[in-house]
Design a protein around this ligand. Structure first.
Ligand SMILES: [Zn+2]
Ligand SMILES: [Zn+2]
Length: 582
């Protein structure tokens, strides 16, 4: 967060050279001593000085012409001053030649520090505080670090930009997460009362206007290291399970994708079809080509769990695990990270596998979309995975239409019936038709309602009319895990729940009912997820699924269409058992 100055070097018969530098005395004139150096600005915060350079870039042609024609430093300097409208007294100034100082480090030490720097920045985007911290931890002095940063910058090895940049139309934009920044705060680092700070990607540490973000100028590894046809050493892949026929087919299609020149593919798996394992062969293929691979997932607990599985599957591969609170320095050929952590990487991965693209937080997040795209190399490939695609138009699609047990997905049935208003549920109760659906099936029922309030009332109503034990739970319920366990063990026969609980409950022989399925909170995705709770276990591969509401919404129709489509696909591919019997 050093203060920076914009300098220009004026050498006869050559173009003007602008440079942003922390210390004018590091910026030597030409070897023959003919050049003259001018400081065009006083020391400023990064965003200000980069903005000024962009202002001058616009008139670079004119300045060069003036310099070549007249070779008057004062003419160039005057034009710049006018363009920038600099009110600071005394700028631009000529930097006296006597101040150029010698290095404290010798050549070898400098190169050592630079190569350490390059290693840290390999595939990463780092703010100066993290970079400096890491280098200081390995024994370098701050003054030397800053000078080597400047040196590397001038040699074109590394590149930097302000953390929050200012555009000519007055907008501030975060250069880490690409969101537009509206907040300014008094800043202890640059001393300004109105330093812009990004609040969107704050969870990874602050990025301000006076922060510099560092990257490698030309990432050295562009694309795979090994040519595509060289498969001498496949990294060891150890699987302690066998893929189902549906998974095998998808797995080999994904390997074909790695060999192809396609950039993006969508893996659409039925709920409970097991999509993670399907990527392993593709990851193995990519690793064998020297590619760097990232597996990105929204949730932190899943990252840890997946890391365990991948460590077992790829025992010889170096694996880095990134989520909030983990040290960022970890390097590995295979990276497993929360989607947010993609913000830390810069043109790093040749293959990114992105799970649950249609769920929070990735879906609808411009920031994460941007981050994933930037974490890929120029030829990088993206595999998106989902159980609930929002759109099938965008890219190539690989489906895993059948569950591991090979039985079709239970298809939802609709019941259009007037249910009481949500707040009158307790007084009016459920229509008899709904109650009789539940009573006619003695298996456990998972009954969804849109709000916590509705779940609480529904629990009472059901307990009153049914001759079974009923519990209700929702995401923030402190006894949630206990209730799920009791429901699984048969302690309760009916459970009412909000759709927040839709993911991650795998119970045997459960029947599913979605009440108020026409409610705005239920989109086609959550309906598919809720329906997907039924029939997951091989012992009870079938189950009833009911969508019940006052209207048949588009979301309900889409959900039903997607589920029947997958069943049809599975049947066509010969992946289903018991199709004839249905
Ligand atoms: Zn940001
Ligand atoms: Zn600041």
């Amino acid at each position: 967060m050093a203060k920076l100055q914009l300098l220009v070097r004026l050498t006869p018969e050559t173009e003007l050279k602008f440079h942003i530098c922390e210390e004018p005395r590091w910026f030597k004139p030409d070897h023959d001593g003919r050049g003259r150096v001018y400081a065009l600005t006083p020391p400023l915060a990064a965003d200000e000085v980069f903005f000024m350079r962009s202002q001058i870039e616009v008139m670079r042609g004119r300045l060069n012409w003036v310099w070549k024609k007249f070779a008057w430093p004062s003419a160039v300097v005057w034009l710049v001053r006018r363009r920038l409208g600099l009110a600071y007294p005394g700028y631009p100034v000529e930097v006296p030649e006597s101040i150029y100082e010698q290095w404290r480090l010798d050549e070898e030490q400098r190169l050592e520090l630079l190569s350490e720097l390059k290693l840290l920045l390999d595939g990463r985007l780092l703010p100066d505080n993290l970079l400096e911290q890491a280098l200081r931890a390995s024994g370098w002095w701050p003054a030397d670090i800053r000078r080597v940063l400047d040196w590397g910058l001038r040699m074109g090895v590394i590149e930097c930009f302000p953390g929050v940049t200012k555009t000519s139309w007055g907008e501030a934009r975060c250069m880490r997460c690409n969101s537009s920044v509206t907040e300014v705060r008094p800043c202890p680092f640059c001393g300004r009362p109105d330093c812009p700070i990004c609040t969107t990607c704050d969870s990874l540490g602050p990025v301000r206007g006076c922060t510099r973000l560092w990257v490698l100028d030309k990432p050295e590894r562009a694309g795979p290291l090994v040519p595509a046809d060289d498969f001498q050493q496949l990294p060891k892949l150890h699987l302690d399970f066998e893929l189902t026929p549906a998974q095998r087919r998808a797995s080999s299609e994904l390997v074909d994708f790695i060999h192809s020149d396609k950039k993006k593919v969508l893996v659409w798996a039925a709920c409970g079809a097991g999509k993670t394992e399907v990527t392993f062969a593709a990851i193995q293929t990519a690793l064998s080509r020297g590619s760097k691979v990232m597996f990105a997932i929204p949730r932190r607990d899943v990252v840890r769990e997946l890391a365990e599985r991948l460590r077992k599957a790829f025992p010889d591969t170096e694996i880095a695990v990134h989520y909030g609170g983990q040290p960022w320095q970890q390097q590995g050929q295979l990276t497993i990270a929360t989607t947010h952590q993609a913000l830390r990487f810069y043109r790093c991965f040749d293959l990114v596998v992105l799970d649950e693209v249609d769920a929070f937080p990735y879906h609808g997040s411009e920031m994460l979309r941007f981050a994933i795209k930037r974490s890929l190399t120029a030829d990088g490939k993206l595999v998106e995975m989902t159980a609930t695609p929002r759109s099938l138009r965008t890219s190539a699609v690989i489906t895993i239409p059948a569950r591991y047990h090979g039985w079709p997905l239970p298809e939802p049935r609709f019941l259009k019936i007037k249910l009481p208003e949500l707040n009158q549920l307790a007084d009016k109760g459920l229509p008899e038709q709904v109650v009789s659906i539940i009573e006619s099936n003695q298996s456990p029922w998972l009954i969804f309602a849109p709000t916590v309030q509705a779940v609480k009332q529904l629990t009472k109503v059901l307990a009153a009319v049914l001759n079974r034990r009923v519990c209700g739970s929702w995401a923030a319920d402190p006894q949630r895990d206990q209730k799920i366990a009791d429901f699984a063990s048969g302690e309760y026969q009916v459970m009412a729940a909000t759709s927040i609980m839709e993911r991650g409950i795998t119970l045997a022989d459960v029947q599913v009912m979605v009440l108020y399925s026409d409610h705005v909170l239920f989109d086609s995705n959550s309906l598919i997820q809720m329906a997907g709770r039924a029939g997951r276990k091989a012992e009870h591969p079938d189950g009833e699924v009911w969508f019940i509401g006052g209207r048949i919404t588009d979301a309900m129709k889409t959900a039903q269409k997607r589920i029947t489509y997958l069943n049809r696909q599975a049947a066509e591919q010969g992946l289903l058992k018991g199709v004839e019997s249905r």
